[in-house]
Ligand binder design. Structure first.
Ligand code: ZN
Length: 287
């Protein structure tokens, strides 16, 4: 069986696990994502929790003022983690059919630990992706996996002009959960899965309750552990991101786009190169 076929089966099983929270491995934990995002300033909020509102599921209904979003990575971010981040970015780009992100290289000498608190990282004019190894100074609970912070120009919630994501690399080993193992007593967290969620916030999406869309990447909890990844988007996720950024060409068919993301190599973190055929079942993750 091809790697792709096996992963499709696994992805389906994980989606089911996500919906029902059935742990199929001893090393799998459900972690709350409540409190993983903050608006720096702002005098009002979008009506993100009312399903009848056009702003349902959105915190910044008009999204970024300028695209693509230029970003830099932490000076110490390992290549495997950066790859997970960029695969997550590619997933959101497929969802709208346009380029959303542009890599500006490494933020020289800067990591999350360079900043004394949570919001100061927003003041440097760089949209950064940072690892924090001294998480307490973010003011966030130790269990929180990552946090996205953004600035709303003019204190109006509708648009965003700057954002950072800070990853809790003190408590968690944030890497590729399909190929790596826990490290130094830190549980492994799949970077691509986590980044897909956090980038949803960065782009303007709010949390969506499991009762409303149980397969949304924006559910307020995530399963972590070795072999656990949730790298796809629900049809609802695609419709909500298209409310902000519109859609181009075939991306406008949200159902087809969701299937295409599920089936694409992007959803496995493989951003380039030929399709890989792999026959060794002993490497199958997840169970
Ligand atoms: Zn969140």
């Amino acid at each position: 069986m091809s790697l792709l076929s096996r992963y499709l089966i696994i992805a389906g099983a994980l989606t089911a696990a996500f919906a029902n929270f059935i742990a199929c491995g001893a090393q799998m934990y459900k972690v709350s994502l409540t409190g993983d995002h903050d608006q720096k300033e702002g005098t009002s909020l979008a009506n993100s929790t009312d399903p009848a509102s056009p702003e349902f599921g959105l915190h910044a209904p008009q999204g970024w003022r300028n695209l693509p979003i230029r970003y830099k990575s932490d000076a110490k971010m390992p290549a495997i983690q950066l790859k997970g981040l960029q695969s997550a970015m590619a997933t959101w780009e497929i969802a709208v059919g346009r380029k959303l992100f542009q890599y500006g290289g490494i933020h020289a000498s800067v990591t999350g630990d360079s900043f004394p608190d949570l919001y100061s990282s927003l003041r440097d004019g760089i949209n950064g992706q940072y690892n924090d190894e001294r998480w307490a100074k973010t003011g966030k609970n130790n269990m929180i996996l990552a946090t996205t912070i953004w600035n709303n120009p003019g204190n109006a919630y509708q648009t965003i002009d700057a954002a950072d994501i800070r990853y809790n690399s003190e408590i968690y080993f944030i890497s590729d959960a399909l190929t790596q193992k826990p490290m130094d007593q830190r549980e492994i967290v799949d970077m691509q899965s986590l980044a897909t969620h956090e980038l949803g916030h960065l782009l303007g999406l709010a949390h969506i309750g499991e009762d409303y869309d149980s397969s949304s990447i924006m559910n307020p909890s995530i399963l972590i552990g070795e072999g656990i990844a949730m790298r796809s988007l629900s049809v609802g996720d695609i419709k909500r991101i298209q409310k902000i950024y519109g859609c181009q060409a075939t991306a406008c068919d949200a159902d087809a786009t969701a299937r295409s993301i599920m089936q694409s190599r992007t959803s496995f973190g493989l951003t380039g190169g030929p399709a890989v055929e792999e026959a060794d079942p002993s490497s199958e993750p997840g169970h």
